[in-house]
Design a protein around this ligand. Structure first.
Ligand SMILES: [Zn+2]
Length: 314
């Protein structure tokens, strides 16, 4: 159980989620920060995928860098949800399952399902809303973006827009994801994606931190926070991965966050003799919201994640 923290105080707890081969407790660190004033209860989770570290730095900034003296309500901060994946430097748990496919979990299920159940029942369920922090999967990078079901969850859509993220991406939920399980329990969740796995990228961390604070302000938890001046926010309604047609060495000609027009050259595949073999152009206008970081491709490998702009949620 999370502790009952008095107003104006914080508490660090270790939530036991499993036991090691040596019968030692395996715990998830959780910090509960309660403001002087009443307000909502919200969670911020990171590293549900154990190799996605930028969110760990975002939560640490919330813990140690941000002045939360004016906090209204309670923040439940979890810098590392998948402690076993993080310590073994992998996305998954030791039973090779993906934690973000088994929520809300099962107290009698697999090791991963039990872990999910404890996190869901102790951290997620007591909250009014939440924020889950991710990065691109290994060997890919994402432009900082917020993902929400813009049609299915008005509360999450409003949080996504209010975050001021440069890209608001409409994304239906996946079965077993924390976002879907929380939504089904009436707890709106937005997911931030930014940068690469296995890195602390300070610019990404700084951007996502501002977005998180804007979501908290939107929900009334930081009434003293001045609105941020966001120059341009792109609402992406459709996304698709453009894939390599030929194997070879990749010459990527676009960067993350860049706008492209139909017909623009996106990349070429070069053979070992340095001769260009195949150039791929944008099939439509859009934005580069993600891309591979590996300069080598086989046919079919995902190279550029293209987002198509659409109307803002009503
Ligand atoms: Zn992830």
């Amino acid at each position: 159980m999370l502790p009952d923290v008095p107003p104006g105080e914080r508490a660090d707890v270790r939530l036991k989620v499993s036991e090691s081969y040596l019968a030692a407790p395996i715990t998830v660190p959780v910090t509960v920060i309660r403001g002087e004033a009443d307000g909502p209860t919200a969670f911020v989770t990171a590293a549900v995928h154990g190799d996605e570290l930028n969110g760990v730095a975002v939560v640490h900034d919330l813990l140690y860098e941000v002045d939360l003296a004016d906090l209204h309500g309670t923040l439940v901060l979890v810098p590392v949800v998948n402690v076993l994946g993080l310590t073994q430097r992998t996305r998954y748990l030791p039973d090779r399952r993906d934690l973000n496919r088994v929520f809300p979990g099962d107290p009698d299920g697999s090791a991963t399902a039990r872990h999910a159940h404890l996190v869901f029942s102790e951290v997620v369920a007591p909250c009014d809303f939440g924020i889950d922090l991710h990065t691109a999967t290994s060997r890919r990078a994402n432009a900082p973006q917020v993902r929400a079901d813009l049609d299915g969850s008005p509360a999450a859509a409003a949080m996504a827009v209010a975050s001021g993220a440069p890209f608001v991406v409409h994304a239906r939920t996946r079965r077993g994801s924390l976002r879907r399980a929380a939504g089904a329990a009436g707890i709106p969740v937005v997911v931030f994606e930014g940068g690469e796995a296995f890195k602390f990228e300070r610019r990404v961390v700084a951007t996502v931190l501002e977005c998180v604070l804007d979501v908290l302000a939107h929900r009334g938890m930081l009434p003293g926070r001045a609105p941020r001046n966001v120059e341009r926010q792109v609402v992406v309604r459709q996304t698709r991965w453009l894939r390599a047609r030929m194997g070879g060495i990749l010459d990527l000609r676009v960067g993350l966050g860049q706008a492209v027009a139909a017909g623009d050259e996106l990349w070429s595949t070069i053979n070992p003799f340095g001769r260009e073999r195949n150039t791929v152009t944008a099939p439509a206008d859009g934005w580069v919201i993600g891309a591979t970081t590996l300069p080598l491709v086989n046919p079919g490998d995902a190279v550029v994640h293209l987002g198509t702009e659409g109307p803002a949620p009503s």
